[in-house]
Design a protein around this ligand. Sequence first.
Ligand code: NAP
Length: 337
Amino acid sequence: MTLNVGVIGVGMIGQDHIRRLTDVLSGARVAAVTDVDLDRARTVADDLPGATLHPSGQDLIAAPGVDAVLVTSWGPTHEEYVLACIAAGKQVFCEKPLATTREACQRIVDAEVAAGRRLVMVGFMRRYDARYRAMKEAVTSGDIGAPLLMHASHRNPSVPSFFTSDMIINDSAVHDIDVARWMFDDEIAAVTVLKPRVSSKAAAGFDDPLVVLLEMTSGVLVDVEASVNAAYGYDIRGEVVCEDGTVELSESAGAIVKRAGHFSGRVPADWRERFARAFDTEFQAWIDAVTAGTTTGPSAWDGYAATVVCDAGLAALSSGQRIPVVLGERPDLYKEI
Ligand code: NAP
């Protein structure tokens, strides 16, 4: 059976996921597209044999030829489309964020709980990265003892001019926030944001880098250095320190060359290069689960928790204070993180 996927939002990542669904993965095809820019959507549809063009996301979701939906539009539009998918009983893969406010995420969680089954997967693709998975395996095996703390770095070489310090938390560190919850099967209890010396490469009025300190409810501390003007490449690093040893995120998937007393390896240019395989694995898992009549992966609760922690991070950034994270009651539908 081929899963007929409708895509809402054909910008950068929407088109990358369409390529993935069309050329890389098996079991699915892009059956329908829409975008707020209909000319852009038409151009994309013209390259997809048999794909229909829809005037709006709501129209696409209602279409009988659409089995499941991919939401890759701008973040503030996600709530409307995810709620419509739940109302239509259709599985939906929503790129992060699930929604941009705590209240909107709560409405999605409530709707899914009322529907009585999981219909939403959120695109936190690091959970599907082989290097992160190996790291989590080492932590959960117990071989190196109980975890005490984690050091993480999230470095972007540069960002567009519209990027702000808030987006370092909402757009970049949100992935580290999800990793921390997933790595330790635990919730985040409080957030503090520290501001080191500002990089001369940062735009005026822009605090970069930031150190985001996450306190897990178990007491594990996670420090995330988030930099968006690192210049030399896209560098994602991590180390978990445990009672009997440590585990480091492997630095390179490629070859390390040693020559003339030096060694060298490649630093990825951007997130697409670093996480290409993770995106493939994530999507194949979604296609397989939806085809089997279930769902998988990061849930609406994970999307809700990430947004609540980001809100605390923004409050910590503007106030300079330690901000406790107050989550609502986790419904039974979401038993595991
Ligand atoms: P983008 O290039 O701006 O694409 C968003 C697309 O959605 C644009 O074509 C936009 O049109 C369209 N759109 C806006 N409002 C819409 C609406 N009401 N209905 C239908 N389409 C609408 O942005 P992007 O970089 O692809 O990001 C899209 C989403 O993916 C964001 O939520 C982002 O956070 C997420 N993302 C996740 C990752 C990851 O690492 N997992 C990486 C990148 C992006 P206009 O351009 O005309 O507004």
